[in-house]
Design a protein around this ligand. Structure first.
Ligand code: ADP
Length: 398
C-alpha cells in the first residue's frame, strides 16, 4: 500500500510518499514559491536530490509536477499514479470535525464554510485538496486536522470568558493546533513507558517555529496552549502568544493601525523576532544571546518562563504528571532550552538528567529522566506525516 501525504501552504506544497508495507518514506519533497516563480526539491533515500526551478502558477501545477516526478522514468519511484492507494492531506483547522475525515463534496463545503475562522491556512489546504481531486479523480483522500486531537477538551478548557453569544455566533473558542504531532508523541511515550496512554497523565511540548503545549489525561486532551488561532500560549518565532488582550485596542489607537496591520504585528513581528530584534530562528537568537545580546537572552528567557508556567498549570489541572515530552525543531534540538525549562521543577516531581540530555543524539528519542524523578522526561522526534499516512490508510480502507 502506498500513501501520498500532502501538506499545502500558501506558497509551498510538501509531500511524502510512504510505502506502508514497511513504513518507509520512498520519496519526499517540497514545491516552493508557488504563484511567485517555482522551485522543487525532490528527494529519494540513497539517491541524489533533484532540484529545479519550474514555473508553478498555482497548486494545480505543483501537484501535477509532484505526480510527474513520482512516476518519472529516471527520478520516479512508482510506475504510475495507480500505485498510490490514497492521499492524506494535512489540514490545520477542522472546525467541528473531531477526527480525520474522508474527502467528499460535503467535507470540502464545510472546509470552505470555516475559512473565515482560518483565513491563513484554510485556503491553501483546500487548494491542495482540489488540485489532487483534479489530477487523481476518484482516488480516496483523507483530511487529517491539526485541531482534531484537541476535540476532547471540556467547555471549561475551550470557552473564553467573553460574552457567550460570540461563541455561538462566531464559533469563537479554543481549538488548539499541532494535534497530529501531540498525538504522535503521546503514542510513542506510552510505548516507551510500557503503559497504555489511557492510564497516563502526559504533557507534550511541541516547540518549533510555532509552539504549543498539551495536557493529555487518560488518553484525552484536557487542555492545550494554542487557542482560537495558533497565536496563543508560548511566545513563538514571530507570534506573541499570551499577552494582555487590551494591549490590542490600545496599540491600534496609539499607532492608528488597521485590524490587518495589528494582526501583522501580533503574528509576524512579535515573539523571538520582536523581542530580540535579531531573528525568528531560535538558533540565531541563541547565538546572539551567547555573544552577549541582552534582548536575545530576554527573548529566550520569555519562552522558558512561559513554558514553565504552562507546564506547571497543566500539572495542577491533571493533579500530577507521569511524563513530559519535548518535540519539534526547538524541542528536539535545543538541549539548553530543555534543561532550562525543566530546571527547578523538582517540587512538581520533574527532574531531568542534564548529562543524558546533553548527550542525547539529535534525531533520536531519549529517556532524560533523572534518578528519583516522579515524572519521566523524554525527547521524541515528531512525525506528523507518518501519523497522517496511518490515518489515511485506516480511513480510506473503511
Ligand atoms: P515549524 O513550526 O516551521 O515546523 P520546526 O519544528 O522545524 O518549525 O522548528 C523550527 C525551529 O527549530 C527554528 O526556530 C529553529 O531555529 C529551531 N531549531 C532547529 N535546530 C535547532 C538547534 N540545533 N538548536 C536550537 N533550535 C533549533
Amino acid at each position: 500500500m502506498k500513501i501520498l501525504v500532502v501538506n499545502a501552504g500558501s506558497s509551498s506544497l510538501k509531500y511524502q510518499l510512504f510505502d506502508m508495507d514497511d513504513n518507509r518514506v520512498i520519496a519526499k519533497g517540497n514545491c516552493e514559491k508557488i504563484g511567485i516563480g517555482g522551485l522543487i526539491t525532490h528527494k529519494r533515500p540513497g539517491k541524489e536530490d533533484y532540484k529545479a526551478e519550474v514555473e508553478l502558477k498555482d497548486h494545480d501545477d505543483a501537484i501535477a509536477l509532484v505526480l510527474k516526478l513520482l512516476t518519472d522514468a529516471e527520478l520516479g519511484v512508482i510506475a504510475s499514479i495507480d500505485e498510490i492507494d490514497a492521499i492524506g492531506h494535512r489540514v490545520a483547522h477542522g472546525g467541528k470535525l473531531k477526527e480525520s475525515t474522508l474527502v467528499s463534496d460535503e467535507t470540502l463545503n464545510y472546509l470552505y464554510s470555516i475559512v473565515g475562522i482560518n483565513p491563513l491556512h484554510g485556503p491553501p489546504a483546500i487548494k491542495g485538496i482540489e488540485a489532487c481531486r483534479k489530477s487523481c479523480p476518484g482516488k480516496p483522500m483523507v483530511c487529517v486536522f491539526d485541531t482534531a486531537f484537541h476535540s476532547t477538551m471540556e467547555p471549561v478548557s475551550y470557552i473564553y470568558p467573553l460574552p457567550y453569544e460570540y461563541y455561538e455566533k462566531f464559533q469563537l473558542r479554543r481549538y488548539g493546533f499541532h494535534g497530529t504531532s501531540h498525538r504522535y508523541v503521546a503514542g510513542r511515550v506510552s510505548e516507551m513507558c510500557g503503559k497504555p496512554l489511557s492510564e497516563m497523565k502526559v504533557i507534550t511540548c511541541h516547540l518549533g517555529n510555532g509552539s504549543s503545549i498539551t495536557a493529555i489525561k487518560n488518553g484525552k486532551v484536557v487542555d492545550t496552549s494554542m487557542g482560537f488561532t495558533p497565536n496563543e500560549g508560548l511566545p513563538m518565532g514571530t507570534r506573541c502568544g499570551n499577552i494582555d488582550p487590551t494591549i490590542v485596542p490600545y496599540l491600534m489607537k496609539e499607532l492608528n493601525l488597521t485590524p490587518a496591520e495589528m494582526d501583522n504585528v501580533l503574528n509576524k513581528k512579535s515573539g523571538l523576532l520582536g523581542v530580540s530584534g535579531v531573528s525568528s530562528d531560535c538558533r540565531e537568537v541563541n547565538a546572539a544571546a551567547d555573544a552577549g545580546n541582552e534582548r536575545a537572552k530576554l527573548a529566550i528567557d520569555l519562552l522558558i518562563h512561559e513554558a514553565k508556567k504552562i507546564i506547571g498549570s497543566y500539572v495542577a489541572e491533571m493533579n500530577g504528571v507521569d511524563a513530559i515530552v519535548f518535540t519539534a525543531g526547538i524541542g528536539e534540538n535545543d538541549r539548553g532550552l530543555r534543561e532550562a525549562i525543566c530546571a527547578d521543577m523538582d517540587a512538581l516531581g520533574i527532574v531531568m538528567d542534564n548529562k543524558v540530555n546533553a548527550e542525547c543524539p539529535r534525531g533520536e528519542a531519549c529517556d532524560l529522566t533523572a534518578e528519583g524523578s516522579r515524572a519521566r522526561v523524554f525527547v521524541i522526534p515528531t512525525d506528523e506525516e507518518y501519523m497522517i499516512a496511518l490515518d489515511t490508510l485506516k480511513i480510506s480502507a473503511q
